[in-house]
Design a protein around this ligand. Structure first.
Ligand code: GLU
Length: 381
């Protein structure tokens, strides 16, 4: 099929730009890049396409402002560098966007904001409002409050989670200073080839080599992991060279540039949110019968009778992983009972729940609507 016609034009695109595109190694802005991308974004918006921008660079700018150039930042220094760098980074973007008549709106977030359903919903409303008003949301991690348990790790994952769960998009464009994914590191191996197309679910992680720069955390392997998060939920990803002229517009039009990672069928919004929810509170281990029931085409809910073991402490409404007896990850979902209650009712028929718990309750441990199969299971089902 002709690449021009293969993909429908997206209604919404999330564009992620890496530190090296935005600033040079001294933390000074690449104004040509900023102005060019601002122009591209404006052109897309004029065509009725909604754009969400995810930008790195706060740490790199802050490093210049607070420390000597070239200093290797300690983990403790990154949040302060980001706090000082973020407003200046925004100023660079605001100046470039102002040149094309666009207003940016800064949104800083941590993974907690996606995982917490209420905060996620509020964030979605805010971003939908901004998009509706023709304002460009400009996102970055809130690095100054981001501790290990809530950090996205890097902005590639942030962008993927936003595209999946916050402002559902059809396309995620990850721009860096590399043309895409190569069979080997192109900076050291001249024989390496660009991988143009990755099929849904295809594992290309072994091709990833090369780390990110000193301020960036990404590198190609993290880009691939993040891309996989998006493609598993139904969002196509293109990894491409941000310095190429008209790059985002070419990608949006369906031109073959960079590495295009094709998506699995789209997950409904609530299931997509579950799929990117990276912090399960515990594990429910199920028997083979339950495993088959969950993974068949019109999969069933998880009933207490299929549960054989409960690991961890959780409360009703928490996210749990559902594993089989061999420790394979089958699904994840929102559990209806606490870990203690689940231990009490496991192996029992649902009709005994009121008697065993002394209260009426749902009949399923995890309802089908609150469950998403892991990617491997989804292929088989
Ligand atoms: N949030 C970091 C920054 O603004 C970038 C993280 C990353 O490299 O992905 O500098």
């Amino acid at each position: 099929m002709d690449a021009e016609t293969e993909f429908a034009e997206p209604r919404r695109v999330v564009v992620k730009v890496g530190t090296r595109l935005v600033i040079d190694t001294d933390g000074e802005p690449h104004r040509d890049f900023l102005e060019r991308l601002a122009g591209e974004i404006r052109a897309l918006m004029d065509d009725g396409i909604e754009v969400v921008l995810v930008t790195s660079g706060a740490v790199g700018v802050g490093r210049r402002l607070l420390f000597e150039p070239g200093k290797r930042l300690r983990a403790r220094e990154r949040p302060s560098a980001a706090a000082a760098g973020q407003p200046v980074l925004m100023r660079y973007w605001a100046e470039a966007l102002d040149g094309v008549g666009l207003t940016p709106a800064q949104v800083l977030l941590t993974q907690d904001d996606v995982v917490n359903r209420r905060r996620c919903m509020r964030l979605r409303e805010t971003l939908e409002d901004l998009l509706g008003w023709g304002v460009l949301p400009v996102l970055n991690e809130n690095d100054s409050v981001s501790v290990e348990s809530v950090t996205f790790g890097e902005n590639d994952l942030l962008a993927a989670m936003v595209a999946v769960a916050i402002t559902p998009a059809e396309l995620l464009v990850i721009l860096s200073d590399q043309e895409g994914l190569f069979t080997a590191d192109p900076r050291t191996d001249p024989e390496s080839d660009l991988i143009c197309r990755v099929e849904p679910g295809e594992d290309v992680s072994h091709y990833a080599s090369g780390a990110g720069g000193p301020e960036s955390l990404g590198g190609m392997s993290r880009k691939i992991e993040a891309a996989r998060t998006a493609t598993d939920c139904g969002i196509r990803v293109v990894i491409a060279d941000g310095n190429a002229k008209g790059i985002v517009q070419r990608i949006v039009r369906g031109e073959q540039v960079g590495t295009c990672m094709l998506a699995r069928p789209r997950l409904p919004s609530r299931k997509a949110w579950l799929a990117v929810h990276l912090m399960p509170a515990g594990t429910v281990v199920v028997d083979d019968g339950a495993r088959r029931a969950l993974t068949q085409e019109d999969g069933a809910s998880l009933l207490p009778s299929g549960v054989v073991r409960v690991v961890g402490h959780f409360q009703p409404g928490d996210l749990v992983t559902i594993e089989d007896a061999q420790g394979r990850d089958i699904a994840r979902g929102l559990v209806n009972f606490s870990s203690d209650e689940t231990r009490t009712i496991m192996g029992e028929h649902s009709s005994r729940i009121p008697e065993l718990l002394g209260r009426e309750g749902p009949t399923e441990v995890v309802h089908r609507d609150d469950m998403v199969l892991s990617a491997n299971e989804a292929t088989q089902a």
